[in-house]
Design a protein around this ligand. Structure first.
Ligand SMILES: Cc1cc2nc3c(=O)[nH]c(=O)nc-3n(C[C@H](O)[C@H](O)[C@H](O)COP(=O)(O)OP(=O)(O)OC[C@H]3O[C@@H](n4cnc5c(N)ncnc54)[C@H](O)[C@@H]3O)c2cc1C
Length: 324
């Protein structure tokens, strides 16, 4: 059976099948930027956006560090603008989730809940999700005092008391960053020792704004409009307490959304895809961009930059293969 750019019905399972030269998986900043660049190259990309249009960026009330918006921009507003710009040049959006993938041959095969896709090139931008505490109040107060990004939200806590949950490098690095703004930063750790490197530990312990609560877990985040306290439990004594704070930053790791590609693409031990500098993965024609590659920067601008780079590379890949 021959496929073309228009959707056609499959005889066998009645699902629509779509053949596209560029399939972008994910609609966060990386996916939306990849879509724009592929669309500007007149490749009519299809974006399979998943359940979270705009990705993590859309979860935040205001983004103040994306250039071009001196007064800040709402996370979901920014995503809408990205989408509109990509659509203007021919990108097509599907709000569906990829459930199966076969990268063993080109065109690559992807299945979602509603459709099947054949893609000459694939740009994976499924992001990484910050691990959650999964305690009452966390979800409800995200963006209203609960945060997973100090670079993004630290500024909002000028002269406030904040807590940081975690004991690894990122908890201390982000905690130290928060001391630029906050009145106090209390690290809450479930053990009596930190996992972070020695230099970071020394810096944190020397910092006058840093405090530590050991052997304790957060069992509840309290507040109605904004966070106002945390319920803590000492894991050794069982003692429970109420700890007043204006905000809580949770740094207990990230999980890259790469489960779908296990065994098909090379990944590091944490499950991050490790492309080369040209965003190429271990499978020619498959590119990866954004937080799925990036345990370091985790920003809208860095993810968007990688998305653009991946789309440029996908365009070059198609040119090389068409002219071969
Ligand atoms: C609360 C919060 C506030 C933040 N604030 C800021 C800020 O102020 N400034 C800043 O620069 N950064 C901020 N960040 C970080 C920023 O949002 C991320 O770095 C950025 O969104 C990462 O972009 P991405 O496209 O790589 O991945 P993500 O944004 O994680 O997007 C992943 C996309 O993949 C899709 N997806 C996943 N699985 C599938 C699947 N199986 N099929 C189809 N689609 C799938 C999802 O639906 C989503 O659209 C914040 C993050 C959070 C959580």
């Amino acid at each position: 059976m021959e496929f073309n750019l228009s959707n056609i019905s499959s005889e066998s399972n009645k699902q629509e099948k779509v053949h596209t030269s560029v399939l972008v998986l994910g609609s966060g900043p990386a996916g939306l930027s990849a879509a724009l660049y592929a669309a500007r190259a007149e490749l009519n990309p299809v974006v399979l956006g998943g359940m979270e249009f705009g990705g993590q960026a859309a979860l935040t009330h205001i983004i103040e560090n994306y250039p071009g918006f001196p007064d800040g921009v709402g996370g979901s507003d920014l995503a809408e603008l990205f989408k509109k710009q990509a659509e203007r040049f021919g990108a097509r959006f599907e709000f569906d989730v990829a459930t199966e993938v076969d990268l063993s041959k080109r065109p690559f095969y992807l299945k979602s809940y509603n459709k099947e896709y054949l893609a000459d090139t694939l740009i994976i931008t499924t992001g990484a999700s910050p691990n959650h505490l999964n305690v009452p109040g966390e979800k409800e107060l995200t963006g209203r005092g609960v945060s997973y990004c100090a670079t993004c939200d630290g500024w909002f806590f000028k002269d406030k008391d904040v807590a940081v949950v975690g004991g690894g490098d990122s908890a201390l690095e982000e905690g130290l960053f928060l001391t630029r703004y906050a009145k106090s930063v209390t690290i809450i750790h479930r053990r009596d020792q930190l996992r972070a490197g020695a230099i970071l530990q020394e810096r944190a312990k020397k910092n006058e704004k840093m405090r530590f609560i050991w052997d304790s877990i957060v069992t509840r985040i309290n507040g109605s409009e904004k966070v106002n306290s945390l319920n803590l439990k000492n894991v050794k004594t069982g003692e429970e307490s109420d700890f007043p704070v204006d905000g809580v930053f949770i740094f207990i790791g990230h999980t890259p959304n790469t489960q779908l590609f296990k065994g098909q693409l090379e990944m590091d031990e944490k499950g991050y895809i490790v492309p080369d500098l040209l965003m190429r993965t271990s499978v020619p024609g498959v590119f990866a961009a954004g937080e799925i590659n990036d345990p370091n920067y985790r920003q809208v601008i860095t993810s968007a930059g990688m998305g653009a780079a991946a789309a440029i590379q996908a365009t070059r890949f198609l040119e090389d293969h068409e002219s071969a």
